[in-house]
Design a protein around this ligand. Structure first.
Ligand code: GDG
Length: 473
């Protein structure tokens, strides 16, 4: 038996150094969690995804890949991939599912490319599938895939998990009928369809009922070939990895460096991919309003903001970057002075140790998405605070807010209220910070990414075996 995992990106990185190319596994939480489940259940793991490297590079260097699991890259034609990934996945589904309908750039050619890409990936899965395997499909790039695999293998165990929100009916219905049906029927090919929250699960079941006319009983849809269960499976992080990193010598050294640099200031911190869903401008407006309303904090606080380049070839992302940079420069110009830069900005990623050093130095993490499936940064910030200090300000529109009950919640559009909450957070007594951190860490320790993957996969198996038993009766 093996687990076949499908995601757009493959969990590997290709490095070229001194004319030598090596392929290594990238240490994402998802990969480690699925590997851990596969080891426990004595299963092999094969990962299918879209290659962002040339076929030649793969053929010539695949033997250098450490063999924790098998990789099956799918090579897509450039134009097809652009329409599939940049246009339909990221400028239709991402926009709509994050409640930005006016950002949707739908066209039929892109939808056709999406269907074709799903078919090509299905073909790859069908080639490697053997009876007994579990197929785990991830995210909005492959909403059609479960149904395509099901058509070839009616008895397959298939799980589908959506990492982004599923919108309500009024938003979902905006898409053309043929698209809506394709996407919903596609997802229903799975035995289990999982979301981060029950709200998303309810939106999905409502769309299926209203658009496909199927009825659910207890969040289960019955179809001729199989039944599909719908549920909430909030993703999490490798808690120990983030918690224990606090004591790494390099992290300690970096934290000391940050401490010296900002010895007379408190640090507000945020880190995200550049994305309009992350509410980066909202938090800048709130920070500006905080400095205006509480001028006693001037020169005593710094907002360190790390933005990781993402989807730069899509127009809306370039536009957003310019807006963010204009706002930062306006705030620094208007409120800063030659001794003090209020917003310290970097448009590059940081490595893991620096990330932990920043998390564990920040008095406040300001996380303000205007819509987010979960938001792992919020969970990582909490986990990294082995010292139990720091305050998490978290948007109610992030899935994580449902679980992290001791966060100070914010509405990302309520600029003035966020300003007050920043002031509250910076003045929060240490005992209260500790009490809140302790509660949240207690929760995350037990609700980690390993439990998430294991719950999802065992429930997929359970759902499948129920159906099999029912068919045998
Ligand atoms: C999607 C959904 C859902 C970021 N910058 C750096 C860095 N990161 C890492 C963080 C975190 C991850 O990237 C970002 O995860 P998020 O959950 O915050 O956001 P998305 O990328 O939008 O992810 C989201 C997630 O899928 C999982 O289901 O939670 O809602 O949108 O792990 O640490 N890591 C390092 N340097 C950086 O500069 N090392």
């Amino acid at each position: 038996m093996k687990i076949i995992t499908i995601s757009y990106r493959l969990p590997l990185s290709i490095k070229k150094q001194n004319r030598k190319t090596t392929i290594t596994q990238s240490a994402g939480g998802l990969a480690t969690a699925i590997l851990s489940y596969s080891e426990k259940s004595n299963a092999n793991l094969t990962w299918v995804g879209v290659a962002d490297f040339e076929k030649n590079t793969w053929e010539n260097h695949k033997d250098s890949f450490s063999k924790n699991f098998e990789i099956e890259p799918v090579f897509l034609d450039k134009k097809l991939n652009k329409n599939f990934y940049n246009v339909f996945s990221n400028s239709v589904l991402w926009a709509l599912f994050h409640y930005f309908p006016s950002y949707m750039e739908y066209n039929d050619e892109a939808f056709e490319a999406y269907k074709t890409a799903n078919e090509i990936v299905a073909q790859k899965v069908n080639e490697i599938y053997e009876p007994g395997d579990i197929v785990w499909i991830h995210d909005y790039h492959f909403l059609g895939l479960a149904n395509l695999v099901r058509q070839q293998h009616p008895d397959a165990k298939i799980g589908f998990f959506l990492h982004i929100p599923f919108p309500n009916f009024e938003i979902f219905r905006i898409m053309p009928n043929k698209v809506k049906r394709y996407l919903l029927e596609g997802m229903l090919g799975a035995n289990l369809v999982g979301f981060h929250t029950w709200d998303n699960a309810i939106h999905f079941t409502e769309c299926v009922e209203k658009i496909l006319g199927l009825n659910q009983r207890g969040f289960v849809f019955s179809q001729d070939s199989h039944r599909t269960k719908v549920g909430s499976f909030p993703i999490s992080i490798d808690f120990d990895k983030f918690h224990d990193a606090y004591d790494k010598p390099n992290v300690i050294a970096l934290r000391e460096e940050i401490g010296e640099l900002y010895h007379d200031k408190k640090i507000i911190f945020s880190v995200d991919r550049l994305d309009y869903s992350k509410g980066i401008n909202n938090r800048l407006y709130a920070f500006e309003s905080f400095l205006e309303k509480y001028p006693e904090w001037k020169e005593k606080v710094v907002f360190v903001i790390v933005i990781v380049p993402s989807r730069e070839e899509i127009g809306k992302y370039g536009e957003r970057k310019r807006m963010i940079e204009n706002n930062i420069s306006r705030i620094n110009g208007a409120l800063g002075n030659y001794k003090w830069t209020p917003v310290v900005y970097q448009y590059q990623s940081v490595d893991f140790d620096k990330l932990i050093a920043l998390y564990s130095s920040a008095h406040v993490a300001l996380i303000s998405p205007v819509r987010d499936g979960m938001n792992l940064v919020a969970k990582e910030y909490v986990a990294a605070r082995k010292d139990l200090c720091g305050v998490l300000l978290l948007s109610v529109l992030a899935g994580a807010a449902k679980e992290l009950q001791e966060a100070i919640t914010i509405n990302p559009f309520d600029t003035e209220l966020i300003a007050d909450k920043i002031n509250l957070a910076l003045n929060m007594p240490e005992e209260e910070q500790q009490r809140r951190m302790e509660r949240m860490q207690g929760y995350l320790k037990t609700h980690d990414v390993f439990r998430w993957a294991s719950n999802f996969l065992s429930e997929t198996e359970e759902m499948h075996s129920h159906d099999n038993k029912a068919q045998q009766l």
